[in-house]
Write a new protein. Structure first.
Length: 238
């Protein structure tokens, strides 16, 4: 199981027409957030099946794969890491966690972040010190910041919201729409578990939040409540 073999598998099922669409969808044009990224045109389930078939690939080969110029090759590398993390011993989980964070420069699009960080970073930190998330949030690196926020979904699933709220507060005025969406998404997930906790956060912060974050966060509220929070935002902006 080598990076070369896996890449050949990915190339063998490449779809140029789909690749052209994905390069537009994932904003690969000049000046966009994924400028220059190259796609093979694979759907995620197909990439996932290739990852599962090669889940015992050694880290030395995963390292080569995660450095590929092809988006789906990096995605496949991350999916292999997720598969390995599921079955790993605690010491091996630490190795995979460190490997992941040592390669954040190659985890360079929102789908790559979202499909991997909750299952590696989030799950690893469930019973550990979480200060590394705050370091990532302060890094000024968009994808590291998104990893910090989206990883907290692992905590939310366990009924723990403090880090989500703290990181959301720290990054509330981030300039990038991809962070507005990530923050709103995580807040919405909190609301699924504990509406009162989310409401308390929103009552203190709704007027300060980007509109996108607020809309995501209140998606499951009754219409009257949504209008009330949005009106607070509008009043603040006048």
């Amino acid at each position: 199981m080598t990076a070369t073999f896996i890449l050949q598998e990915l190339l063998s099922v490449a779809n140029p027409e789909k690749a052209s669409f994905l390069q537009r969808f994932f904003k690969t044009g000049k000046g966009q957030y994924a400028e220059g990224d190259l796609f093979l045109g694979l759907v995620v389930p197909l990439t996932r099946s290739i990852a599962k078939a090669n889940k015992n690939t050694p880290l030395s080969e995963i390292e080569l794969l995660i450095q590929s110029k092809y988006h789906e090759a990096r995605l496949c590398a991350l999916l292999i890491l997720v598969e390995q993390f599921k079955k790993a011993t605690e010491p091996k989980r630490g190795v995979l966690y460190d490997f992941y964070l040592n390669h954040v420069n190659h985890i360079n699009n929102w789908d790559l972040v979202d499909i991997s960080c909750p299952y590696i970073v989030g799950n690893y930190l469930l019973d550990k010190d979480r200060s590394r998330l705050y370091e990532l949030a302060e890094s000024k690196h968009l994808w590291s910041q998104r990893i910090a926020v989206v990883s907290t979904i692992a905590f939310i699933r366990k009924g723990e919201f403090l880090d989500t709220f703290a990181l959301a507060g720290k990054l509330l005025n981030h300039e990038h729409d991809l962070m507005h969406k990530a923050i709103g998404w995580m807040l919405r997930e909190v609301g699924k578990k504990d509406r009162a906790a989310l409401t308390d956060f929103l009552e203190r912060n709704a007027s300060l939040m980007p509109r996108t974050s607020l809309r995501y966060a209140i998606e499951h509220y009754p219409e009257t409540d949504r209008k009330a929070f949005l009106s607070v935002k509008q009043i603040k902006n006048k």
